[in-house]
Design a protein around this ligand. Structure first.
Ligand code: NAD
Ligand code: 3PG
Length: 392
C-alpha cells in the first residue's frame, strides 16, 4: 500500500491514477506519505518524514522545493516537462498583443465611464487617442530560454510576422530540431537586449538567472521595450524595474508574479500567476506527475526527475534492488557482492549517474521470500556512499 499526499489542488483525472488503484490511498493529512504531489506550494522549511520517497511537481518550476536537500536524503523530485507549455505560450502571446495595444488600460478606463449615461459613446471617441498602440508585425521579439515554452512562443511569433531572436546556451537537441530556422540566434544576452522591441523570458529561477533584469541590462535595451515575465518574479530586480518604468526606459512590464511592490509600478500588467491555469494544462501536469510517481513507487524506474538520473528497466515482476548512491567507483560491485552472499543471481541491471550521485536498478533472477528483504536492505544500505535502497 502506498500513501499519497497532495499540497495543492491537483486535477481529478491525475488523482484518479491513484484512486482507481487498490494499492493507493490519498491522505492529505498523512504525516508519513510515500509520495507528495504539489504545484506551487512552498516546501522550503517543511519537515519531511523519512518515509517520503518521491516529490512530484505537477508543473515546470521547482524553486518551491528544496531540491538539493532532498537529493542528499535520497528523495526523488519530479516535474512534468512541457505539460503546461502550451497554456503559457498562449498567455504570453495574448498579453504580448493585448499590452502592445494598451488593451488592459483601455478596458479599465472604459469601465470607469459607467454612470455617464448617454455621454459614454462621445467620451469613448474622445478618450481613445490616449490608448493608441503598436502592432507587433515586423517588430523584434527577443526570447530568453528556448525550452518547452520559449520554443513554442518563438515558432508562433514568427507566424504573427514578428522577427524572432533567441538566446539559450543550453538548448536541447530535441528543441533545436523543432525550432524554426527563421529564429535568429543571439550569441549573447547583450545582443538580444540591443535588438529586441519586446523581450519574453522563459528560464528557471536559479542563482545564475536571479536578478538578471536590472539597471545594467535595461541600459542596453531599446527605449520603451516591453518585458514579459512568465518565469519567476525573482528574475527581476524590482527597484531597478520600478525606476525603468518611471523613466519610460521600459515601456511595459507584464508579469505573472505580482507583489505589493510590483502592484505599485506604473505601466505594469499584473496577472495572478495564470500561466498554467487552464483545464488542459492542469490535467496534463496531474496525469504526468501521477504516472511518474506510480512508476517510481512500483518499479523504481525514474522518468523526468530533476535531481536523480533518469533510469528504467522493463519491469518483469522479478525482485528488484533500487539503490541511490554516491557517484564513486566500486558501488555496483559492492551491491552485487551482497547479492552473491545471499546466492542471488542478477537478471538485468542499469546504472546511471548524474553529478555527484548515481542510481542503480538490479533485477534478481532468483525468487526469494520477502523475509530476505530487510537483510538485503540493511546490508546494501551499509555500503559506504549508499544514500538509500529499496527492495521492490
Ligand atoms: N507562469 C507560469 O504559470 C509558468 C508555467 C510553466 C513554467 N513557468 C516558468 O517558466 C520556466 C521555463 O519553463 P519551461 O517549461 O520552458 O522549462 P524548460 O526547462 O523546458 O526550458 C527552460 C530553458 O531555459 C534554458 N536556460 C536555462 N538557463 C538559462 C540561461 N541562463 N540563459 C538562457 N537560457 C537558459 C534551458 O536551456 C531551457 O531550454 C520554468 O522554470 C518556470 O519557472 C511558469
Ligand atoms: O512552474 C510552473 O509550472 C508554473 O509556475 C505553474 O505553477 P502552478 O502549477 O502553481 O500554476
Amino acid at each position: 500500500m502506498f500513501t499519497i499526499k497532495t499540497l495543492n489542488a491537483i486535477a481529478e483525472v491525475g488523482l484518479n491514477v491513484f484512486k482507481n488503484n487498490d494499492n493507493y490511498t490519498i491522505d492529505n493529512d498523512a504525516q508519513a506519505p510515500d509520495a507528495i504531489v504539489l504545484r506551487s506550494y512552498n516546501m522550503h522549511n517543511m519537515e519531511l518524514d523519512t518515509n517520503v520517497k518521491a516529490v512530484a511537481r505537477a508543473g515546470a518550476g521547482v524553486n518551491n522545493i528544496p531540491v538539493n536537500e532532498y537529493t542528499e536524503k535520497g528523495i526523488v523530485v519530479f516535474n512534468t516537462p512541457g505539460a503546461n507549455a502550451n497554456a503559457v505560450k498562449e498567455l504570453v502571446l495574448t498579453t504580448l498583443m493585448a499590452s502592445s495595444r494598451n488593451l488592459f488600460a483601455g478596458i479599465q478606463w472604459t469601465k470607469g465611464l459607467e454612470g455617464k449615461g448617454e455621454e459614454v459613446p462621445k467620451l469613448v471617441e474622445a478618450g481613445k487617442k490616449q490608448f493608441v498602440g503598436k502592432e507587433i508585425k515586423g517588430k523584434t521579439l527577443g526570447i530568453i530560454g528556448l525550452g518547452a515554452i520559449g520554443a513554442r512562443v518563438a515558432n508562433d511569433a514568427l507566424r504573427l510576422d514578428m522577427d524572432v531572436i533567441g538566446y539559450d546556451p543550453f538548448i536541447s537537441v530535441d528543441i533545436a530540431w523543432n525550432l524554426s530556422r527563421n529564429v535568429q540566434r543571439a550569441m549573447s544576452l547583450e545582443e538580444l537586449y540591443a535588438k529586441a522591441d519586446y523581450i519574453t523570458v522563459h528560464v528557471p529561477f536559479t542563482k545564475d538567472t536571479g536578478g538578471m533584469f536590472n539597471k545594467d541590462s535595461f541600459a542596453i535595451m531599446k527605449d520603451g521595450v516591453h518585458i514579459l515575465n512568465f518565469s519567476r518574479g525573482e528574475l527581476v530586480n524590482e527597484d531597478d524595474m520600478a525606476e525603468a518604468l518611471e523613466s519610460g526606459k521600459v515601456g511595459k512590464y507584464i508579469t505573472d508574479f505580482p507583489n505589493e511592490k510590483v502592484l505599485k509600478m506604473p505601466n505594469c500588467v499584473c496577472i495572478p500567476h495564470l500561466g498554467a491555469s487552464t483545464a488542459e494544462s492542469e490535467e496534463n501536469c496531474a496525469i504526468m506527475a501521477a504516472h511518474q510517481v506510480k512508476e517510481f513507487l512500483e518499479t523504481g524506474n525514474i522518468v523526468n526527475s530533476v535531481n536523480f538520473p533518469n533510469a528504467s528497466l522493463p519491469y518483469t515482476g522479478k525482485r528488484r534492488v533500487a539503490a541511490f548512491h554516491q557517484n564513486v567507483k566500486g558501488m555496483v560491485g559492492q551491491i552485487t557482492a551482497v547479492l552473491s552472499n545471499y546466492d542471488l543471481n542478477i537478471a538485468d541491471m542499469v546504472n546511471r549517474s548524474r553529478g555527484d550521485y548515481a542510481y542503480t536498478i538490479i533485477d534478481i533472477d532468483n525468487k526469494f521470500n520477502g523475509d530476505l528483504t530487510p537483510a538485503l536492505e540493511e546490508n546494501i544500505g551499509k555500503i559506504p556512499g549508499m544514500v538509500n535502497v529499496r527492495i521492490i
